[in-house]
Design a protein around this ligand. Structure first.
Ligand code: K1U
Ligand code: ZN
Length: 186
């Protein structure tokens, strides 16, 4: 098991459409182990393989609270098969866009078909945080980021800040700590 580096925007690999997994062998199981180690260390509640640079349709997740036992979940080739008409808004974060949180409205309930780690086809009906997190992670497998659902003005501002920080080799400060008036977003 190894903790891997998480890609940060504007890394163009985050915009790739990941490939379906054909066979769940040793390589996929090793990838899943590395994804859990990386996700728990971050810490995060979900991770898509492309976030560690692997363009395969593999997602890990653990929505257990700190006071609950670990509840690791793996979704291979996950596909949304149904979405509710009603939406729910959740303040989302992303390990590839550290320190930024924005409210995103998505279908409140979804059904997702996927393969489990044994290669068995499963379908899950999800709502609440599970539905939000599944949609966020499936978006990653399609090269979509949660900032694609916010205004272009805010998105451009965020991407610009990360590009600037990357050039300077600096970490990015949360927008709330950024005192330059021209960077205010609201
Ligand atoms: O995919 C990712 O970038 C992981 C992301 C998942 C996610 C969070 C919120 C809404 C939708 C999807 C994260 O895990 S961000 C970190 C986070 O939410 C968190 C971290 C530690 C404890 C609790 C939450
Ligand atoms: Zn994310």
């Amino acid at each position: 098991m190894a903790k891997r580096d998480i890609l940060i925007i504007p890394d163009t690999r985050l915009r790739l459409k990941s490939e379906p997994v054909a066979t769940i062998g040793k390589d996929v199981r090793a990838l899943v182990d590395d994804m859990f180690e990386t996700m728990y260390a971050a810490p995060g509640i979900g991770l898509a393989a492309i976030q560690i640079g692997v363009p395969w349709r593999v997602v890990t997740m653990d929505l257990a609270r700190n006071d609950e036992p670990k509840a690791p979940q793996v979704f291979i080739n996950p596909e949304v098969t149904w979405t509710s008409d009603d939406t729910a808004t959740y303040e989302e974060g992303c390990l590839s866009i550290p320190e930024y949180y924005e409210e995103v409205a998505r279908p409140k309930s979804v059904k997702v078909r996927y393969l489990d780690i044994e290669g068995k086809e499963q379908e899950i009906a999800a709502d609440g945080l599970l539905a939000t997190c599944l949609q966020h992670e499936i978006d990653h497998t399609n090269g979509v980021l949660f900032i694609d659902y916010i205004s272009k003005l805010k998105r451009d501002m965020i991407v610009r800040k990360f590009k600037k920080a990357q050039k300077r080799g600096e970490p990015v400060k949360p927008l709330s700590e950024d005192k330059e008036p021209s960077h205010h977003i609201g």
